[in-house]
Design a protein around this ligand. Structure first.
Ligand SMILES: Cc1ncc(COP(=O)(O)O)c(C=O)c1O
Length: 470
């Protein structure tokens, strides 16, 4: 295919995307696709073509076959999970990144990719008011872009296990003695990371009754009891903004407990971390001053398309001791002279795309002021939605934190009935979950196209379904 043809088709793709965004903004598309499982599989040939096809035809097929069967995460009525934001700046950066095709596993394999990532992670650390030891400028720690909060948790965990075992984890695994701690409110990626890292099921620390946050005294007792029993507490994972209710563990207090006992503290701030852009939303109890690592998904609430998770560590050697990989073909002078950062040693895979261009474009194109306004705007919409819930007879607001609204009906049966109806509704997507053993519905604001009108429209759909369930 000629470069000229690429130019034409890329312009067509850009036009289709801007039309698509407009359709989302005007509510002209459903949130959820109509087809049953297998719809797309049926529409696709079972074998790849022998001869190349025209890119224009492939693009056409994308809109004919794929787009109608997508869930539109950017839709203003998409209230499920947590948002996965996007923006034109992020999309453009993805195109440029792909086009340049750089692979930044080591500084030497793409110097600008590595140095841009160092700078952009430092920018964001400053913007979120993170401790300076998390920056590359400090010479001790630094940030690295991972694909997800799950990878960030895994990477932090293996560093913690390696540190707790004085490096034995690398060669001997956990030897059955290393332990990881979190609450039952931690995201599912935390126990999964513990499993993959070889630590097995994490120890579940109780939450304070009536809340969803870690009981710090219980944590301290458990760490001490486990140590006395010959186990090695290696890592505690605290959450800023839990997935179900956006609750925040007392990170600073947990940090004190961990610091006193030499236990690694990883903070998962996948969603709520972005709120730290706004000074008035920073919570002194959630400051990660005593944490060893901290992760935020820029792809949730910072207008940066997925994947883009930023993981910061206070001690880069802790990470590279666990994850460093060497081979004859990876040797180079700058690495050997310890002059540079090689991000392959800060992540699971060896290779990596130029991950930072996307965040760089977004931070520059929007500026911090606008990104703060995004957070404030979504919180205002959540406050509006929460007030609509409160005005509704028979529905109860469980909590509204940041852009998340959690609610239920007066009986569990009715909540489940509403959830079942909503699950079949193409024009809205909410997530059902459980709080204190009771079913709830979650609505998380975050679409770039959401405003007061779309919130009221979404609410009238939810309300209609609620009214149909007695
Ligand atoms: C608190 C929290 N941590 C981790 C995750 C997992 O994020 P990822 O999909 O980037 O692995 C989520 C996802 O919503 C989350 O809410």
């Amino acid at each position: 295919m000629s470069e000229r043809a690429f130019h034409t088709v890329a312009a067509d793709a850009a036009g289709r995307l801007t039309d698509h965004w407009r359709a989302l903004a005007t509510g002209a598309l459903p949130v959820v696709p109509p087809g049953p499982p297998g719809t797309t599989l049926k529409a696709l040939p079972q074998r790849p073509p022998e001869r190349g096809e025209d890119l224009a035809d492939i693009l056409e097929d994308t809109w004919r076959t794929i787009v109608p069967q997508l869930v539109h995460w950017q839709h203003p009525h998409f209230l499920g999970y947590y948002p996965t934001n996007n923006s034109p700046a992020s999309v453009l950066a993805e195109l440029v990144t792909a086009g340049l095709g750089a692979q930044g596993m080591m500084w030497s394999t793409s110097p600008a990719a590595t140095e841009l990532e160092q700078r952009v992670c430092d920018w964001l650390a400053h913007a979120l008011d993170l401790p300076s030891r998390f920056t590359h400028e400090s010479g001790q720690g630094g940030g690295v872009i991972q694909d997800s909060a799950s990878s960030a948790a895994l990477v932090a965990m293996v560093a913690a296990l390696n540190r707790a075992s004085a490096g034995r984890w690398r060669d001997h695994g956990t030897e059955g003695r290393l332990r990881v701690y979190c609450t039952d409110q931690a995201n599912s990626c935390v126990p999964k990371a513990a499993r993959i890292a070889g630590a097995g099921r994490p120890v579940l620390v109780p939450t304070v009754p009536g809340t969803q946050v870690m009981d710090v005294a219980a944590l301290a007792r458990r760490l001490d009891a486990d140590r006395a029993a010959g186990l090695v507490p290696a890592a505690v994972v605290a959450t800023v903004g839990t997935t179900v209710t956006c609750a925040t563990d007392p990170v600073h207090e947990i940090g004190t407990v961990c610091r006193e006992r030499g236990v690694w503290l990883h903070v998962d701030a996948a969603y709520a971390g972005s709120a730290g852009l706004c000074p008035e939303l920073r919570d002194a109890d959630a400051r990660p001053d005593l944490a060893d690592s901290y992760a935020v998904n820029a792809h949730k609430w910072m207008r940066t398309g997925t994947p883009c998770d930023v993981l910061w560590v206070a001690d880069r050697n802790g990470l590279t001791d666990a994850l460093g990989a060497s081979a004859s073909y990876l040797s180079d002078q700058s690495t050997d002279a310890d002059e540079v950062v090689d991000f392959k040693d800060w992540q699971i895979p060896l290779g990596r795309p130029m991950r930072a261009l996307k965040l760089w474009y977004v931070l520059r194109a929007h500026g911090l002021e606008e990104l703060r306004e995004v957070v404030r705007h979504d919180i205002r919409l959540a406050v509006l939605l929460a007030s609509l819930v409160e005005q509704e007879h028979g529905l109860h607001l469980v909590t509204r934190r940041l852009g998340l609204v959690v609610f239920r009906a007066e009986t569990d049966e009715r909540t489940q009935g509403i959830a079942r109806r909503l699950a079949g509704e193409p024009d809205i997507l909410c997530t059902a979950a459980t709080v204190d053993g009771r079913p709830v519905l979650r609505a998380a604001l975050g679409s770039p196209y959401a405003d007061e009108t779309t919130v009221r429209r979404a609410w009238s759909i939810i309300r209609g379904h609620a009214a149909a369930v007695s």
